[in-house]
Design a protein around this ligand. Structure first.
Ligand SMILES: [Zn+2]
Length: 136
C-alpha cells in the first residue's frame, strides 16, 4: 500500500528516468504527488513507464543483444508425445503429425510434419529427416 512518505518508482521528467520517489500525497491509494529522490524535484506521479512502454521505447539496435528465447530441447519435445504408441518406422506404414517412430538408423523421433507426395518430416535427436511413408 502506497502511503505518504513511502517510496514508489515513478518517471522523473527532469532525470528522464524511472527512479525512486518519495510520496508527498496519496489519493485513493494512488500517489499523486512525488519527490524525486535523485534531483528532489516535486511533480505529479506519472507511474513507472518501464513496464508498459519498454517495447515501444526500446532504442534500435537493442534487439540484437536481447537474449533469444531458449530453444526447446529434443527430449522436452519428445516427452510431450505419446511414446507408449511408438511404432517402428516403415515406408509401408502411414503416419500422422506427433506420431512417435523408432527408426533403425536414427533412433527414436516424432513426426513433425506431413508433406505432400507421401513424405514425412521426422525430428530425431540429431537431425530432421524427410522420409517416405504410405507406400503400401
Ligand atoms: Zn529527478
Amino acid at each position: 500500500m502506497v502511503k505518504v512518505g513511502g517510496e514508489v518508482d515513478a518517471f522523473c521528467t527532469k532525470c528522464e528516468l524511472t527512479l525512486a520517489h518519495t510520496v508527498h500525497a496519496v489519493v485513493a491509494g494512488r500517489p499523486i504527488k512525488v519527490e524525486c529522490n535523485t534531483c528532489h524535484g516535486v511533480h505529479r506521479y506519472r507511474g513507472s513507464i518501464g513496464a508498459t512502454s519498454s517495447a515501444r521505447a526500446a532504442p534500435k539496435g537493442e534487439k540484437a543483444v536481447r537474449a533469444r528465447p531458449e530453444v526447446v530441447g529434443f527430449e522436452t519435445l519428445l516427452a510431450g508425445k505419446d511414446q507408449a504408441r511408438a511404432r517402428p518406422y516403415s515406408p509401408k506404414e502411414t503416419y500422422a503429425v506427433d506420431d512417435v517412430v523408432d527408426h533403425a538408423l536414427f533412433g527414436r523421433g516424432f513426426v513433425s510434419a506431413v508433406r505432400d507426395g507421401g513424405k514425412l518430416e521426422i525430428t530425431f535427436r540429431a537431425d530432421v529427416k524427410l522420409l517416405i511413408h504410405g507406400r503400401a
